[in-house]
Design a protein around this ligand. Structure first.
Ligand SMILES: N[C@@H](CCC(=O)N[C@@H](CS)C(=O)NCC(=O)O)C(=O)O
Length: 262
């Protein structure tokens, strides 16, 4: 069994949030190699990578990036993730046996797929299919769901135009996904990194106020992927037993919203 920081910290008693600069626990070493460092916070983008690491059985060490507190702006994190966003990884056993750091969840999924040969087929036609749907997630489902959630749940002002615009977009996007899943079990035929990229946001759809009742194929796909044990483990990776973020807290809002160039 793959040991992760998450599984190994679960038995510990709750305590105050720790600094994000150190791994919570170094996971079991695989063949004398250091585990992959995963810079993580439990959100749909973070889950893409915990799910992939769990699916591939890769040992990893989870390093929380406490985004409500501003860890994403620390110089040591910006050195590996210049867009001040998690997730990011450091693979100490990268190409040529040397360290490599990667940011952007889609690029990380592709890298881990190439590294392990899993969930990212080599055959050009099927690879293109996977990539189309992976990039579709990165450019559509992810960002639009993020904005829809923001205007619906976090905006200081209620802006009906923005709520409607992104609500409509989410409806359109789930419609596209539903049609794609009409005659196939997964987005690119077989289960792949394209599906893995979509799980986090889709699993939150109803909670975020998007009605999936008209999208039977999406619901069937979601039930199938959520039943996979590595998906369950990936979605369960916690940063701290006492984790709670109050999005109404002015300090949290000052960190996360209205960011401008530094
Ligand atoms: N396109 C990026 C998006 C990552 C992203 O938006 N991460 C959010 C959490 S879901 C984040 O780190 N936010 C920090 C901030 O807003 O400062 C990816 O897919 O990796």
């Amino acid at each position: 069994m793959v040991r992760t920081a998450a599984t190994s910290t679960r038995k510990k008693s709750p305590r105050k949030e720790r600094s994000s600069s150190r791994p919570t626990r170094v996971a079991a070493r695989a063949g004398g190699k250091k585990p992959i460092d995963l810079y993580y916070w439990p959100t749909p983008n973070g889950w893409k990578i915990t799910i992939m690491l769990e699916e591939c059985g890769l040992p990893y060490s989870m390093i929380p990036v406490n985004i409500p507190k501003g860890d994403q702006f620390k110089p040591q994190f910006l050195a590996i993730s210049p867009n001040n966003r998690m997730p990011a990884i450091v693979d100490h056993d990268g190409p040529g046996g040397k360290r490599i750091s990667i940011f952007e969840s889609g690029a990380i999924l592709q890298y881990l797929g190439r590294k392990t040969g899993k969930f990212y087929p080599k055959d050009e036609r099927t690879r293109v299919d996977v990539e189309q749907w992976l990039f579709w997630q990165m450019a559509n489902l992810g960002p639009k769901a993020g904005e829809a959630n923001h205007f619906r749940n976090y905006a200081a002002e209620r802006l009906p135009y923005a709520i409607e615009r992104f609500g409509n977009e989410m409806n359109r996007i789930y419609g596209v996904m539903n049609r794609r899943l009409q005659d196939r079990e997964f987005l690119a035929g077989k289960y792949s990194i394209a599906d893995i990229a979509c799980i986090g946001w889709a699993s939150r759809a109803e909670r975020h106020g998007h009605d999936l009742s008209a999208f039977a194929n999406v619901r069937r796909w979601l039930a199938t992927v959520l039943a996979r044990p590595p998906v369950k483990r990936g979605l369960a990776v916690k940063v701290d037993a006492a984790f709670h973020v109050d999005m109404k807290d002015p300090n949290v809002r000052a960190v996360l919203f209205n960011q401008r160039a530094r």
